[in-house]
Structure formats: C-alpha cells, structure tokens
Design a protein. Sequence first.
Length: 313
Amino acid sequence: MNLQQFRYIRETIRRNFNLTETSQALYTSQPGVSKAIIEFEDELGLQIFERHGKRIKGLTKPGQAVAAVIERIMREVDNLKRVSDEYARQDEGELIIGCTHTQARYFLPEIILNFKKRFPKVRVSLAEGSPQQLAQMVLSEEADVAVATETLSLVPGLVTFPCYEWTHTIVVKPDHPLTELTSSQARNISLEQIAQYPIITYDSAFSGRKTIDACFEEANIKPDIVLEAIDADVIKTYVDVELGVGIIAGMAFNPRRDSNLVGIPVGHLFGKHISKIGLRKGVFARDYVYEFIQMCSPSYDRAQIEEELNPSK
C-alpha cells in the first residue's frame, strides 16, 4: 500500500464516487484509478467500496473506518508539505480565503490590503460561496480559511475565531413612508411596521436570514418577501427601483456611499450576529496564516490560536 493509493481513494470519496471526475482531478486515467483501488482492497483483504456492476456506489462499513484512517494519514502528509514550505519559503506561498460576498465586499478589503503590505510575495485568492460551501472547501483543503456568519462554528472538524459583531439594517428610498418616523420611533420600529411593505432580503443561507424568518414566525407575522439575493448590493439595487424594503447586514450600508437610500438599524428586532473565521482543526498553518487570523480576530494571539488548532499539544 502506498500514498498514491490513499490519494486515489480519498479523491474518489470527495468526488462522490465518480471515477471519471476523480481521474480528471488527479490528471490520470480512470482505469488506473480503478486498478489502484482494487489492488489496495486485495492487499487489505477488505472491500471498502460498495459496487453495482463496475460502478462504485458508496462505502462499505469497514470502508468507512478505512476512509477515516486514510484521511488522517493524508492530512499529516499535507502538513509535512506545509512544514517544508514554511522553512524553505517563509514569506512566500498562497492564501485562499473562502468568503461570502458580504465579507469580500465589506469586511476583507482593508485586511487584505494590510496583509499584502506585510506579505507581498503571498498570492491571495478569494473563493466565494455559501457558508455551507465554504465549510466544505476548508475541510477538503480547497481553501485555507473561511469567513462567514452562519454554519462555520457548527461544523465538526473546523476551528473558528470571532471576527466582529453586527446587526441588521433596513434600507428604503428617501421618500418611503418609513422615513417619516421620528428618531425615537425609528429606534423602536416594529416587525408589524416593516411587514406592511414588500421585503427584499438575503437567501436563506446568508447573513442571518434564518434569524429574520424566526423572528417573524415567533411574532406570527408572514412577511411578503418578494425577492431573495445572496448579497447586499443586489438587495440595495432593487430597493432603489422601489421593489420593496431591504433588510441587509448593517456593515453593508454606508450613508455616504449609499446616498440614494436611508438606513434604519433594526438590531433590536433581529439581534446581534458574529462573523467568524474558520480553518481545519489540526492543520499546520503557515506563519502568514496566523498573521491573517490575527488581523481578522485581533483578540486572539498566536499561542491561543495554536492551542485551538491543536488542543492535544
């Protein structure tokens, strides 16, 4: 048995048992992958994949245990590569950041600017997706870190650190009836008042949408949500054409930049939320990854981050 067989098996599982996609991802032939898997099963004396004819359909029960061991082995192999890179090219490399559009647009620009000043030779890439997709990207090593509000802290195998706290804001046109509220009335605006109008807000996977739905449901109010979007810029665009009242993350509204709209904070209605940065537990992180985490989550020092990543050490 060898690392190549481990690599083939791990990628087969990651590709949902599709050998065509597996061979393409590994730049090899499909028969070569099949042969390596069969030889591994013969050597181990176990059938690790369930088959229907020649097609692989899933993992057998012993295959699940074998797959877990292979995953641990390959993680350590990947860590060895990172150790080598850390000492051979301390200030060079690549940082892939998984993030939602909101984080990419409003939270990360200044942080990435400062990071690039500190590590000019590190290539930075942004990979956008839903929080669920971002968590999987980090677990499968398609991204080094992920920044999002939902999901990350609930995913087994991830370690998360809080970045910042935020609340929702509703946005309307300057001539909208809600802008006629006094300052005191606006601070105490109710769900009933908002629900009088069509609502534009986030898709269910993004920026506290589940909390918005839960609050309306608890108040026994059924809002007329006429449009869902994955980012605040789209929501504000449709508010501007008077499709409805927008509910967005507070950091996405800037009175100077969004001078065509009026914002009313509604944290008292939908509560506070915490955006977090996450990475895979047990990973060997390069120095510049630690620096990036600290830029996003300045309340943590390197020793605390190392302890969270590798609590057994």
